[in-house]
Design a protein around this ligand. Sequence first.
Ligand code: MAN
Length: 357
Amino acid sequence: MSSTYDITKRFPQNPLLSPKDLTPSIAGLEIACLLNPGVFRFDGKTWLIVRVAERPKQKEGIISFPVLSESGEMSIKEIPTDAPDLDASDARVINYQGQDYLTTLSHLRLLSSEDGINFSEPAGYPRIMGEGRLQTFGVEDCRVSEIEGTYHLTYTAVSENGVGVGMRTTRDWKTFTNHGMIIPPHNKDCAIFEEKINGKYYALHRPSSVDLGGNYIWLASSPDGLHWGDHRCLVKTRPDSWDSKRVGAGAAPIKTSKGWLEIYHGANADHQYCLGAVLLDLDDPSIVLARSENPVMSPVAEYERTGFFGNVVFTNGHVLHPDGDRLTLYYGAADEHVCAADISISEILSQLTASHA
Ligand code: MAN
């Protein structure tokens, strides 16, 4: 059963960015998907740190994709589509001879805009590529949290060793400190709160378990933003719901008078990805106060229903406007384009139902 619940106002300019709008990182590759941007304000502008997913132009009968070596050299892996030990039923990930590979290699790229609609790549800012043996299949879906002038980039770090959370920090977007992997596999969707609570850093994250447990949103705290502990399981999937199979945090939670408001993604068994909301206690974010019964956004527009991986809206970045109510969500549509939509914080809050947990 697919959801059509939606209280957003999509930008008429959508999609704001498509693969054709940027140039590939090297000759011989093409951009297959431009998606899931982290969002931040810097230098008076709105910035996206967008996931650029690349692969060679596909030839008949062969699946080909780039991988990095530990020292950062790229090579192309080619697998015949009729190989007996190949499972290519998912456009995003394949299994070949018992090993998982991604069909694209992602890096992160910076784009800026004066109006939040027209984005372009400014000169002089680096691209963030996978580095080292834990990022040989790339870096993805970056959240940006600004804490006391330092931007914390938390992103998915992928390699044959698994999917974990990598972090780099910067103050100027030109020089970065690489903190390596801060949460080990299998984990992704990590968003750090933008202020400390009672002297501690807090983060949402999403471990996955194949057997016991599931794809649930967890909370962790840290004395320094690097070392995470006191893990709590916070938001679970709900049977027979739009978020029955997986849930994961979006960007850093928004501080409201009612609590920390988190926009999260949920997927059902048919891989339809919608957005919902959850409200956490201001003083103790391990307390879930309320949650949306229905999605606040569903993939209903044509550019969300069809594409590289259809029926997906996925957000990991937003801008809160000065009125404190209008929130512009930047989001990946069908894993292929970057789009934007406005949503009202008070309207979201009015749709939440109190938690009985
Ligand atoms: C899932 C999807 C892909 C992503 C991999 C690794 O399969 O979200 O888009 O590349 O996980 O993170």
